[in-house]
Every structure is written in structure tokens, then in C-alpha cells.
Ligand binder design. Structure first.
Ligand code: NAG
Ligand code: NAG
Ligand code: NAG
Ligand code: NAG
Ligand code: NAG
Ligand code: NAG
Ligand code: NAG
Length: 247
């Protein structure tokens, strides 16, 4: 899985709603993340093997809980530290002790919206629910000053995989438009609660992953679907930046 991470990171698409001049990684002290298993880190108060904190059947936490939650080192889907741990250097323990604090709401196996695709498990916290969880229980507790905060989004890997053979979806461009509209409603919620600088990572070439090798027809379909998903993501991130100019 590691090669997939690296391939995707070079395709980083940065859509900052703040002015370009205000983006400065060396000033970034708070990093927020939303996503799926490629991004999740294990928390002492997380669902084992799925999250840093909580699950959709139990989203709530107190300020004292989130502030005492700790990252368990190397307990990720890549069986080592993952990309966002390396990026932040926040590899374990309380995020409050890290030079760049990693507040990670990603949940393994997450799709964007449970009204559009079924959950993998009844406890799976979808992307829109991760953001709602952060907004309700964390946004007033964890710091996010505009000039020291960056938010990463990486979602769509399970959506593109789960829907590949879904015969009820006859127009994938239209389906992704619906999905990405829901996605950006969540981004807007995050923005409205004070997360103003965003990095959107698109879906990597899963058609070249081991699971796709040996089935060229399926891989070609997946490649096509991913291209459409990423195009809709690119469009929406650009219009989001236009609609939410820096103050
Ligand atoms: C961010 O802004 C605050 C308030 O203006 C200031 O105190 C702080 O030094 C700034 N941080 C950086 C890294 O410039
Ligand atoms: C977590 O996943 C590993 C496999 O990666 C499995 O061996 C282990 O039993 C799981 N732990 C829990 C608590 O489900
Ligand atoms: C992560 O910790 C769980 C226990 O919470 C364990 O079952 C699992 O094997 C660990 N996974 C990895 C990749 O170390
Ligand atoms: C999410 O999608 C990835 C890539 O297809 C897959 O490896 C993973 O098993 C999926 N997650 C779950 C929980 O099914
Ligand atoms: C197929 O997609 C539709 C959305 O058009 C969704 O309601 C349905 O649950 C999906 N089926 C599966 C098996 O994922
Ligand atoms: C979630 O699914 C498990 C396993 O199927 C089941 O035992 C449990 O009752 C379900 N929980 C809820 C709240 O639906
Ligand atoms: C993105 O926007 C362009 C220009 O408005 C449009 O032609 C294209 O169809 C859009 N693509 C998607 C995937 O929505």
C-alpha cells in the first residue's frame, strides 16, 4: 500500500481559501484530518483498528476525553506509521505534545455519505459524520487559529471501490456530482466552524493496485470512475475556494 500513498501525495491538489501568501507549513502547528483507512490513526479512545476517537454509534466525547486521547504508535492500516504521522511528526502519544498537533478524525473504511452508499459496518463513521463530530464536540475545544492550521482531506477510495459494480448507478459523472456536493457541504461546515485552509488529496490509481491486477476490464472501469471522481473533486475544490475568499 505504501507505493500508493507516495503516488498520490505527488498529486496533491491544494485549494486554500486563504490567500496563497498566508500558507506556510513552518508556521503550521495544528493539523486536522478527515478520511478513511489510508489516513486514520489509532487512539486510546478510538474504535480498535478504525479510529482515533469514537464511532458513529458513539460520536460524543468530552473536552477532557479528547485532550487525554493518545495516538498509539504504528497502529495503522499500513502496519507502521502512516503518511500524516510522518508529515506532522506526530507519531504517538498526546497530540498536544507534538510540535505539529495531529487531530485526526479519519475512520477506516469510510465512504463520504451513508445516504449515498452503505456503511461497511454499522459503526463506520462516514466523512460527513466525521466533520459533524468534530464540529459538535471538538471545534470549541481544540485550537485552530487561521494562520497556524491546515486541514487535510483524503476520501473516495472506498467510494470508488464500493460502487464499481453497482448496477443501479447508470451515470457515474452524475453520481460523483452528488457525492462531491455532499463532501463539500461537509467542507463548508468545517469552514464555518473555523477550519479555513484546506488540502484535498484525490483518489490514487487504485486500478493499478494489487487487488485490480488480473482483471483488466474491472481495472479499466475503475480507472474511468476515478478520473470522473477526481474531476468533480477538482471542480468543487476550485469553486469552494472562490466562494470562500479569505477575509
Ligand atoms: C498567528 O497569529 C497570532 C495572532 O495574530 C500571532 O500571535 C501568532 O504569532 C501568529 N503565528 C504565526 C506562526 O505567525
Ligand atoms: C486489528 O487488526 C489486526 C489485523 O490487522 C487483527 O489481527 C487484530 O485482531 C485486530 N484487533 C482488534 C482489536 O480487532
Ligand atoms: C493495533 O492494536 C490492536 C489492539 O488495539 C491490535 O489488535 C492490532 O494488531 C494492532 N495493529 C497493528 C497494525 O499493529
Ligand atoms: C476501503 O477501500 C480499500 C481500497 O479498496 C480497501 O483496501 C479497504 O479494505 C476498504 N475498507 C474496508 C473497511 O472495507
Ligand atoms: C448502489 O448505489 C445506490 C446509490 O445509487 C445505493 O443506494 C445502494 O445502496 C448501492 N448498493 C450497494 C450494494 O452498494
Ligand atoms: C451492529 O451490528 C452488530 C453485528 O451485526 C450487532 O450485533 C449490533 O446490535 C448492531 N448495533 C446496532 C446499534 O445496530
Ligand atoms: C468541471 O467544470 C467544467 C467547466 O465548468 C465542466 O466542463 C466539467 O464538465 C466539470 N466536470 C465535472 C466532473 O463536473
Amino acid at each position: 500500500m505504501l507505493h500508493v500513498h507516495i503516488t498520490t501525495l505527488v498529486q496533491l491538489l491544494i485549494a486554500s481559501s486563504a490567500t496563497a501568501s498566508s500558507f506556510d507549513w513552518s508556521s503550521t502547528k495544528y493539523v486536522y484530518a478527515f478520511g478513511d483507512s489510508y489516513t486514520f490513526v489509532q487512539g486510546t479512545l478510538g474504535f480498535p483498528n478504525f479510529s482515533f476517537i469514537g464511532d458513529v454509534l458513539d460520536l460524543a466525547f468530552t473536552p477532557a476525553q479528547i485532550l487525554s486521547d493518545e495516538i498509539i504508535p504504528r497502529n495503522t492500516s499500513s502496519e507502521g506509521s502512516n503518511w500524516i504521522e510522518f508529515l506532522t511528526g506526530c507519531l504517538g502519544g498526546s497530540p498536544t505534545k507534538c510540535e505539529k498537533q495531529l487531530w485526526n478524525f479519519a475512520f477506516a473504511g469510510s465512504d463520504i455519505d451513508p445516504t449515498l452508499l452503505p456503511r461497511h459496518h454499522n459503526y463506520t463513521t462516514s466523512l460527513v459524520e466525521q466533520v459533524a463530530q468534530w464540529a459538535e464536540f471538538a471545534s470549541d475545544v481544540l485550537p485552530h487559529p487561521d494562520n497556524e492550521t491546515l486541514t487535510f482531506w483524503w476520501i473516495g477510495i472506498n467510494d470508488t471501490g464500493d460502487s464499481l459494480n453497482n448496477a443501479s448507478i447508470t451515470d457515474f459523472a452524475a453520481f460523483w456530482e452528488t457525492e462531491i456536493t455532499s463532501y463539500f457541504n461537509a467542507v463548508q461546515l468545517a469552514f464555518d466552524h473555523g477550519l479555513t485552509n484546506h488540502v484535498f488529496i484525490n483518489v490514487p490509481p487504485e486500478d493499478r493496485s494489487p487487488g485490480s491486477v488480473g482483471n483488466p476490464t474491472s481495472a479499466a472501469n475503475l480507472k474511468n470512475h476515478i478520473a470522473l471522481f477526481n474531476a468533480a473533486l477538482s471542480n468543487h475544490s476550485a469553486s469552494f475556494a472562490t466562494q470562500n475568499p479569505s477575509e
